[in-house]
Write a protein that binds this ligand. Structure first.
Ligand SMILES: CC(C)(COP(=O)(O)OP(=O)(O)OC[C@H]1O[C@@H](n2cnc3c(N)ncnc32)[C@H](O)[C@@H]1OP(=O)(O)O)[C@@H](O)C(=O)NCCC(=O)NCCS
Length: 264
């Protein structure tokens, strides 16, 4: 994990234009009311998982944990849920097990959607051996980390997830650089749609972000007219990662190693 505590990033943004407009407007108001509070970004690894952490999970979370077949999936979920609980416990002056979380999925009603909790905006992501959780007191946040797979067929993935202009830009990268470039597009887009809560129900071809060799920004999203600030996060050479916050202002981004918190 290369993100260092106290890292600051200026987030690029753009207003886009529709369905999620109300959420965007509400988010903008919330962020303004809170000034420019920092976004906290907490990083951990799957190796930080310990069986003792399970005792702080809710019954629903234990059910989800048990349902994962692979240890790596169990560990990613366990570490993510524990970071959520332990960081919120500190901020809300509760014990981790007493933090009340809702992960209602608007599609099916099951508890596998975006984390919702009174008093804090939260977003979780995990890939490979990295787990990341972002927190802001008022403005919705979306975070995404992806392990870069050098063997992906970036050009064919581009046809289903990039706009024409992004696909043309991607084609300008050397073939050896395309997996990273595509994954940067992907994490920037996914951070935005996780901040709004749409997830990949959104048509990612319409969520148009800046080119990977440019500062991160949302260029346009037909159907969304709220504010979005976007910033890349540093997660090591094998990963791409991005953070979106639905705010007019560019907040400070503070990154923390969650390892010590998980060893308490
Ligand atoms: C959210 C989503 C983009 C995650 O993609 P991913 O790259 O596989 O996974 P990530 O590790 O980056 O993120 C996973 C986290 O996203 C969060 N999440 C789930 N749905 C979300 C949503 N709609 N918006 C924002 N965050 C969401 C969860 O906290 C989850 O972590 P957890 O399961 O450990 O609690 C994708 O699963 C999605 O769009 N889901 C909603 C649409 C869908 O599939 N609906 C059908 C379900 S019935």
């Amino acid at each position: 994990m290369t993100a260092a505590a106290g890292g600051t990033a200026a987030a690029g943004g753009a207003a886009a234009s529709g369905g999620a407009a109300a959420r965007g407007a509400a988010a903008a108001g919330g962020a303004a009311a809170a000034g420019i509070a920092a976004v906290e970004v907490w990083w951990a690894r799957t190796a930080d998982a310990r069986p003792g952490l399970v005792g702080e999970l809710s019954a629903v979370e234990v059910e989800r944990l048990t349902a994962y077949a692979r240890d790596e999936d169990k560990n990613r979920f366990l570490v993510g849920a524990t970071i959520v609980r332990r960081v919120l416990a500190t901020k809300l002056d509760l014990s981790p097990a007493d933090v009340v979380l809702d992960r209602n999925c608007p599609d099916c009603g099951r508890q596998h959607g975006k984390v919702s909790v009174d008093g804090m905006q939260v977003s979780v992501s995990h890939s490979g051996d990295r787990i990341v959780v972002a927190f802001h007191p008022s403005a919705p946040v979306g975070v995404d980390v992806e392990l870069i797979n050098p063997a992906i067929d970036a050009d064919s993935l581009a046809s289903v997830s990039l706009s024409d202009v992004e696909a043309a830009e991607l084609a300008g990268f050397e073939p050896a650089a395309r997996a990273r470039a595509f994954t940067q597009y992907w994490t920037r887009k996914e951070a935005v749609v996780k901040a709004t809560g749409d997830g990949i129900r959104a048509d990612l071809r319409k969520v148009i972000v800046s080119a990977p060799d440019q500062p991160a920004a949302l260029r346009e999203w037909a159907g969304y007219d709220g504010p979005v600030r976007l910033v890349d996060l540093q997660a090591g050479v094998e990963y791409a990662a991005a953070l979106a916050i639905l705010s007019e202002q560019s907040p400070e981004v503070r990154s923390f190693d969650a390892g010590p918190l998980l060893r308490l």
